[in-house]
Design a protein around this ligand. Structure first.
Ligand code: M6R
Length: 606
């Protein structure tokens, strides 16, 4: 969480810092700030809330420095107030930080005893005073940072500038991503290449434990042992047009509508269209002897993993365990020999997922990851990267990344099935054909949003909403509930339809809408029985199905019609209505759809 940026420029940098922060706002938007070196002194502007507040502050009281750092915050330690906003600074040192300093209390007490005065409640301010203390003692900023870093426990990406040093910025990375951008007589620093896209496409990614000393003419990098090291620069693919909503009101709407195209791209990556077969990268493991697939992820990516379990177990006949990364990382389960560990993440930077990846690596698992950001930490630490080609996802609520993860998982299930001899060539062709029809069906589904606008009116009045699904559609019920609560703030829960009678049915009355994901797939009759149990208790039913509304055998609040398609592809198709229900409800309620309260796009702290 939190986005950081730094520029050693040739003209006043405050405008460019804010521009870069706008691209990083997906990492947090509780407060923002910048600091620059101006006439040898540090100057700072900060503001609570969205970036526009900071812009206004800078317009009223500009900063003119050519060297500066900036930060957009997702609060961990201390409320999202201006006092707690970054950059934090002393008279000599200013710091932006992404991550958590775990020993900040001990450092703070120690530094207070040495006479340092703290203004904020943050962990970051301890870093500022620690570096200042070392700077006062050693007189050299680089030596000061080198001495301070080993004293920090926890995760961090840091950008540091110094009073009296206009041509210097120091960066350090442990556990949180950080990229250096190379410009003409200018250098840049950012949490990711997207932030730096308007300035440069030549990017060096810092490795775990690196510290970099940036000056306008280049960067010196030191590894975790303090030894000078060369890290190659790569051409970044990040486009400078990324923050464009096109004709859409929100990024989320744009990203929902992009799904036919990006799912096509992702499928084209894994499928030989001409042959109608899966064309999957070598996973580097004996698939016929594969003992288990262990999937770990968070949030929506975890739900994609649950869908993957149904597909892989059914078509490849191999056991699949799926776990939320925050639980698995501390449970440290035993893992079998010849096991494949699969990590799913849009950002590729989710701290818990990365921690489980490292555990699985220690346990000798083959590491594969389904990621959207090819240059991310999870991708770089994987043996095999299965990229989703969703393009940058800016809306905090994941939509197109989820369906692209499903496209990759469906292809993986077929690739495993073929390698293990559990599906025939005919079945593979039939399922591939079904997958290739998905973009067309989704294009049809997003073409008419009127039913969702109408439904939003009813759902907006609800305090609680239940989602039900059975079999492979159960994870869709979980995903629907997550989408609705994160952007509309309506309390929602997803349940396996068969679990209804084991407790949740007690919640049903005429004020509780129940959204049922029920394609006609062989299990739908059982789900219909559950629908009737809800109806008998006055519950208001929204049925999402490819069948006729009267198949429910009761009155419905709404029926969302999904095109007939191969049942194998249902999770991809049924993801669309649950996204559109959440989107239109949130729009109707006037919430901040792309940047819902308390959330951030990339969860880089545990
Ligand atoms: O970047 P990741 O896919 O690892 O992120 C995982 C979750 O944080 C993410 O899916 C989150 O649940 C979304 N806000 C859901 O819409």
């Amino acid at each position: 969480m939190c986005g950081i940026v730094g520029i050693l420029g040739t003209h006043p940098v405050s405008g460019d810092l804010v521009d870069a922060l706008r691209r990083l706002e997906y990492r947090g938007y509780d407060s923002a700030g910048i600091a620059t070196v101006e006439n040898g002194h540090l100057g700072r502007r900060r503001a609570e809330g969205k970036l526009r507040n900071l812009e206004q502050r800078i317009a009223e009281d500009p900063l003119k420095g050519l060297t500066g750092i900036g930060h957009t915050r997702w609060a961990t330690h201390g409320k999202p107030t201006e006092t707690n906003a970054h950059p934090h600074m002393s008279e000599r040192v200013s710091v932006v930080h992404n991550g958590i300093i775990e020993n900040f209390r001990a450092l703070r007490e120690d530094l207070k005893a040495k006479g340092h005065v703290f203004d904020s409640d943050t962990d970051t301010e301890a870093v500022v005073h620690l570096i200042t203390e070392e700077f006062n003692r050693r007189g050299d900023p680089v030596a000061a940072v080198k001495a301070a870093l080993p004293q920090l426990e926890g995760a961090f990406a840091l950008g540091i500038i110094f009073a009296g040093h206009d041509d210097l910025m120091i960066a350090a990375r442990r556990g949180s991503p950080l990229a250096i951008g190379h410009g003409e007589d200018a250098m840049y620093l950012g949490s990711d290449a997207i932030a730096l896209a308007p300035f440069t496409s030549e990017i060096t990614y810092l490795e775990e434990g690196d510290m970099a000393v940036l000056r306008r003419l280049g960067a010196e990098i030191f590894d975790a042992a303090g030894q000078p090291v060369k890290r190659t620069a790569v051409k970044s693919q990040a486009s400078s047009l990324l923050v464009d909503k096109g004709n859409h009101r929100h990024f989320m709407a744009k990203e929902i509508h992009e799904q036919p195209e990006v799912i096509s791209h992702t499928l084209a990556h894994y499928i030989d269209m001409a042959e109608g077969k899966v064309n999957f990268p070598d996973l580097g493991i004996d698939l016929s002897a594969l003992s288990r697939v262990t999937i770990s992820a968070c949030g929506t990516a975890y739900y994609a993993g649950l869908v993957g379990k149904y597909w892989i177990e059914r078509y490849a006949r191999v056991a699949v365990e799926v776990d939320v990364a925050s639980e698995m990382r501390y449970r440290e389960p035993p893992l079998p020999e010849n096991g494949l560990a699969l990590f799913i993440s849009q950002s590729g930077e989710t701290a818990d997922t990365l921690a489980v990846l490292r555990y699985c690596k220690e346990q000798g698992q083959r590491i594969a990851s389904i990621v959207n950001v090819r240059t991310s930490s999870i991708a770089r630490e994987s043996d095999v990267v299965l990229q989703t080609l969703a393009g940058p996802e800016i809306g905090v609520a994941s939509t197109k990344a989820f369906t692209c993860q499903l496209a990759a998982l469906a292809s993986l299930a077929l690739a495993l099935g073929r390698a293990r001899g559990t599906i025939s060539a005919e079945l593979e062709q039939e399922l591939v054909k079904g997958l290739l029809e998905v973009p067309r069906h989704i294009a049809e589904m997003v073409a008419d949003e009127r039913p969702y606008e109408k439904l939003a009116h009813d759902l907006s009045k609800a305090r609680d909403v239940l989602y039900l699904g059975r079999g492979i559609n159960f994870p869709l019920a979980l995903e629907g509930a997550l989408k609705l609560k994160e952007i509309s703030y309506i309390h929602a829960e997803g349940y396996a339809a068969g679990e209804l009678k084991h407790g949740p049915i007690a919640l049903i009355d005429e004020n509780v809408p129940v959204i049922v994901v029920a394609p006609e797939d062989g299990l739908s009759e059982k789900t219909v029985s559950n629908v009737q149990e809800v109806a008998a208790r006055g519950g208001q039913i929204v049925l999402i199905s490819n069948g006729k509304p009267d198949a429910a055998g009761c009155e419905l609040l709404a029926h969302i019609k999904v095109p007939d398609a191969h049942a194998f592809t249902n999770p991809l198709l049924y993801a669309i209505p649950v996204q559109l229900i959440a989107y239109h409800t949130a729009v109707f309620m006037g919430t901040d759809v792309d940047q819902p309260r308390n959330l951030a796009k990339s969860v880089t702290v545990e």
